[in-house]
Unconditional design. Structure first.
Length: 247
């Protein structure tokens, strides 16, 4: 029986994608971001995580389905368990109680194209984090380079499965004028151009050197959003209280 290793379940969320969503947070991540708001989900295993059969998750979603817009599978990094996520999405699509729900993945984008080619057949879309376009800055923010992230963004757009790209604004780290210009130019070259969300870094839950980074102010977000909008991008600002609970 296919199971997912689940770190947390939120049966009613308004901050994990559009509308009212069931949010499933999976255990394990390919990155190790000092600024992670849920660092307990990074390790592949945790005493607090549990393996939950797909059928059990579908039954739980079905209980609250009349009140939901959709389900979001997040993390950790959802694509580390992509085969089980695909099985879950297929089961949700087949169950009359859950079939109308939109099925989204919230991802750091660090996955191979083969993963997306399968998930694209069962999910409606993906929300992808772009921590930094510059690979060196990306390594500072995540511990890893970003080549797979950039490929994922292009690939998902081409498959019409890219719901949004989210930029985490960390003042003084990834928001210099040069970086914002380069990021705006690169995002504007994606076909089709995705909606972009600028969201501000907060200290909530963070560790290590991230404790010394400044939190983003409304003015920081406006500056970054205006810089990106200069490239014709549709940029939304995510309010700071929402950011405190987002992955
Ligand atoms: S912020 Fe996201 S990508 Fe980074 S370690 Fe946490 S769950 Fe992984």
């Amino acid at each position: 029986m296919t199971s997912l290793r689940v770190a947390d379940v939120v049966r009613s969320s308004y901050v994990d994608g559009p509308g009212h969503r069931y949010a499933l947070f999976l255990q394990g991540c390919t990155f190790n971001c000092p600024g992670c708001h849920n660092p307990h989900t990074i390790a592949p295993r945790s005493p607090d995580a549990r393996d939950v059969p797909v059928a059990e998750i579908v039954a739980d979603v079905a209980e609250v389905a009349p009140f939901l817009t959709g389900i979001t599978v997040s993390g950790g990094e959802a694509t580390l368990q992509w085969e089980a996520v695909h099985a879950l999405f297929e089961a949700l699509a087949l169950d009359p109680a859950t079939s109308r729900l939109t099925r989204l993945v919230d991802t750091n984008g660090d996955a191979e194209a083969g993963v997306w080619s399968v998930l694209a057949t069962s999910m409606h879309g993906a929300m992808v984090d772009l921590k930094a376009l510059d690979p060196h800055v990306h390594r500072v923010l995540t511990g890893r380079t970003n080549d797979r992230v950039l490929r994922s963004i292009r690939d998902l757009a081409a498959r019409r499965r890219l719901d949004e790209v989210r930029l985490l604004v960390v003042p003084g780290v990834n928001d210099t004028a040069d970086q914002i210009d380069a990021t705006g130019r690169w995002l504007a070259s994606i076909d089709p151009v995705p909606p972009v969300v600028a969201q501000g870094f907060r200290h909530h839950g963070t560790r290590l050197r991230a404790r010394a980074w400044a939190e983003a102010t409304t003015r920081d977000l406006e500056r970054v959003a205006d810089g990106l909008a200069a490239y014709g991008l549709d940029v939304r600002r995510r309010s700071l209280p929402e950011v405190a609970v987002a992955v």
